[in-house]
Design a protein around this ligand. Structure first.
Ligand code: SAM
Ligand code: SF4
Ligand code: SF4
Length: 361
């Protein structure tokens, strides 16, 4: 027995006053919970310099042991609770999510979830694409709805330097093609870093025009504390749009829904759509509806948080049922006040920000 006379493997969950059925669960800034990003592993076969620099994530880096990871059943349990609280979109991420064994089984489990209104949840995945060519079909059959593939350059040497891997651009492009062939809509994510791959912005735009895939340009962010971020290396969304617009004129498209992080643009000549994600130059915290689940079951509310809330301990305790799990998650969300990107540069940096490869994008 512990000091408070509860068994050691028990957890206390305070009663929470939840919103009435049909009313959204709001945080302190009146933002509803709509999206859950699930990081299924902290491991990756790349060492992208802006995410997992090899000097830090080297041969002796200690990744999480298997026993620390949430099981698929535990992930499904948290996700079910999140859907009950308002989540409509689920994204599997990592690390590299396709390194998690039998991921299709998790996809199949999550694909069956329905919102309280009976709508299927939207189930997506972000991947570096290396294993996609052989996995796309199985993922689609398991119920995945869409895929986002990260690709920072078309030039092989540059791609090798940025990803710090021996994987070729052709391998990632094959993954993209395989996904499209099996009927998975594809988005492409390109992180743009000044002096590194900014000269690839226009070639990437040119390559993906007419492909039907939406290419999204992401500002290099100060996530984690290992990637040597500095503001001078950020290429802003405005600079990206200017470079592309000079070659292929673009016009804005209205946002599809609240919380859409990318601002959307389309080529005037009808060659397709692009997006820019301006987390640094034009933060969108006011519309941030995302929560994140780490591989070891911590609930994080902000990409720049320095701590998460331990749901694994709660789930592995004997006396906690699904309702109590949902109540804990609801109370965490209702107390949320994060708006880091709006405070960036105002000397409010948390001391130890969590790494992107652990929490997912
Ligand atoms: N490994 C998968 C991948 O690369 O797609 C999924 C995880 S990765 C952390 C998710 C997304 O975060 C990727 O699109 C990646 O480019 C992006 N990302 C990682 N570090 C970043 C940074 N410092 N700034 C902006 N985006 C970043
Ligand atoms: Fe791996 Fe993705 Fe991070 Fe690159 S961005 S190191 S692929 S987790
Ligand atoms: Fe959301 Fe945090 Fe990013 Fe703001 S900084 S948009 S609160 S994840």
């Amino acid at each position: 027995m512990s000091d408070d006379h509860r068994p050691a493997n028990s957890q206390h969950v305070d009663p929470v006053i939840l919103p009435k059925p049909g009313e959204p669960l709001l945080d302190t800034r009146r933002r509803p919970l709509r999206d859950l990003r699930i990081s299924v592993t902290d491991k990756c076969n790349f060492r992208c310099t802006y995410c997992m620099p090899r000097e830090v994530f080297g041969a002796d880096y200690q990744f999480m042991p298997q026993s620390a990871l949430l099981t698929f059943e535990e992930i499904a349990r948290v996700t079910r609770a999140a859907v009950q609280l308002g989540v409509e979109k689920i994204r599997l991420t990592g690390g590299e999510p396709l390194l998690r064994k039998k991921l299709e089984r998790l996809v199949a489990m999550l694909a069956t979830l329905r919102t309280p209104a009976g709508k299927p949840v939207e189930l997506t995945l972000t991947t570096n694409g290396t294993l996609l060519a052989k996995m796309a079909k199985g993922l689609k059959e398991a119920g995945l709805n869409r895929v986002t593939v990260s690709l920072d350059a078309l030039d092989d040497d540059l791609f090798e330097r940025m990803s710090d891997s021996k994987v070729t651009v052709a391998t990632v492009l094959e993954g993209i093609d395989a996904s499209a062939r099996v009927g998975l809509p594809v988005k492409i994510n390109m992180v743009v870093r000044k002096g590194m791959n900014d000269a690839q912005v226009v070639p990437m735009a040119e390559h993906f025009r007419h492909s039907g895939h939406i290419l999204r340009f992401i500002e290099f962010m100060d996530v984690g504390s290992t990637n040597g971020w500095n503001l001078a290396e950020v290429v802003t969304g405005a600079e990206v749009l200017q470079a592309i617009g000079q070659r292929f004129p673009v016009e804005p498209v209205k946002a599809g829904y609240r919380g859409e992080v990318a601002s959307r643009w389309r080529y005037v000549d009808g060659a397709g759509e692009i997006g820019v994600i301006t987390s640094v130059s034009q933060p969108f915290c006011g519309d941030c509806t995302r929560a994140r689940l780490s591989p070891d079951g911590k609930l994080f509310l902000c990409l720049f948080a320095d701590h998460g809330y331990d749901l694994r301990a709660l789930m592995r305790a004997e006396n906690v049922d699904d309702e109590q799990l949902a109540a804990r998650m609801a109370s965490v969300w209702m107390g949320r006040d994060d708006h880091y990107s709006e405070l960036r540069g105002h000397n409010t940096k948390p001391l130890h920000k969590v790494e992107m490869s652990y929490i997912g994008g």
